[in-house]
Design a protein around this ligand. Structure first.
Ligand code: B4P
Length: 323
């Protein structure tokens, strides 16, 4: 049985037994000015009723961790490569939405390492199914769970709403990039700072993928004047900007979104979690936004709104940190 079928079967059983919550949604196509990504909005009004975690958790109390240990009723593979677990998303909007979480505690603000990439490949490397992988990293990235986790949504299964809109843009950009390398690149049409690379089929060394991803994080932040070298080289457990000039001498945790398939990855630095009350996570940058109210949905349908929202929570082109 293919992985997506296995996930789907377990998803249906867990839903029927009341172990997970599936929120129905409708998909609305939107035009994205200047960017031919055929974006869409997934509108899920009943998600607005989901209880919210307090913004600033009481530091005295241990933060709630749903992945240590993971819920047995949602576990698909308890020991993925010995280091991770494969789980169903307890609060899914998409059927068979899966998570890969580390078995031992690791912070969601730490970098993905070669073992994380090997676990990710156990999902996205499947030949019979395609998945969109994503990683919300840092306090402004849309992440709500502090334990290290990557997420995977099945795509290209035939339904209209399981495409990855940004993929068209990346495909048309591919002609500008040296084929068969992990060289970094940036897409002119995207209105926010980012760095991307294409992953050759021949790559089999997860250390190479880890290095390419770290390179993208470093360059994406460098492009806006933030030096991540010290955290990448000395403090792998925390993505902290230590560019004294940039942050007036203070250390500040950085945020970014990573979206990937087995063919490409893209890193987008974040400066805000929400824009006019609309929360954006990695999936939003794939060209799939999630709305929870009629006002949010209506707001996104006006011309240019999608670009404005994405550039508003990321760093718009032309923006530089104050030095
Ligand atoms: P995070 O990285 O912390 O945050 P998130 O995906 O943005 O989800 P959030 O929790 O903020 O929910 P939101 O209302 O924005 O991910 C933590 C993940 O762990 C989440 O997927 C969460 O559901 C899951 N989880 C929490 N407790 C769990 C448990 N005990 N066992 C297993 N899993 C658990 O969004 C609601 C959902 O919609 C999220 O899953 C989100 O990823 C997804 N989503 C957002 N935009 C989407 C889009 N455009 N299309 C499809 N799905 C989308």
């Amino acid at each position: 049985m293919s992985l997506v079928n296995r996930l789907g079967t377990q998803f249906d059983a867990a839903l029927a037994a009341g172990h997970l919550v599936f929120t129905p949604s409708t998909c609305v196509r939107v035009h994205c000015d200047g960017i031919d990504v055929g974006a869409f909005i997934r509108h899920a009004p009943s998600l607005a009723l989901k209880p919210q975690r307090p913004q600033h958790q009481n530091k005295q109390r241990k933060p709630f961790n749903p992945f240590l240990p993971p819920d047995v009723n949602l576990t698909v593979d308890e020991l993925l490569l010995g280091t991770h677990a494969l789980l169903l998303n307890k609060f899914a909007v998409v059927r068979a939405h899966a998570l890969v979480v580390t078995k031992a505690w690791a912070s969601q603000s730490s970098f993905l390492d070669a073992k994380d990439w090997a676990a990710a490949w156990a999902v996205i490397g499947q030949t019979d199914t395609q998945f969109l992988g994503f990683f919300n990293c840092g306090p402004l990235s849309g992440a709500s769970v502090p334990h290290k986790h990557m997420q995977f949504i099945p795509v290209h299964q035939g339904a209209e709403d399981d495409v990855i809109p940004i993929e068209n843009l990346l495909e048309s950009h591919k002609k500008n990039v040296k084929i068969g390398s992990l060289a970094e690149t940036a897409v002119d049409a995207l209105p926010f700072f980012h760095r991307a690379c294409f992953i050759p089929e021949s790559v089999s060394d997860f250390g190479e993928i880890e290095a390419a991803y770290l390179g993208l994080v470093k360059s994406a932040f460098q492009a806006i004047g933030i030096d991540t070298d010290a955290s990448i080289n000395n403090d792998p457990d925390a993505l902290v900007a230590v560019n004294a000039g940039t942050y007036s001498g203070s250390k500040e945790e950085l945020s970014y979104n990573l979206i990937f398939t087995k063919s490409w990855m893209i890193v987008i630095p974040r400066r805000a979690e929400t824009f006019n009350g609309l929360s954006v996570n990695s999936v939003g940058f794939a060209g799939m936004l999630l709305t929870k109210s009629a006002e949010q949905l209506e707001g996104l349908q006006s011309p240019g709104a999608l670009s404005t929202v994405l550039a508003g929570v990321a760093y718009p082109k032309g923006h530089m940190m104050r030095l």
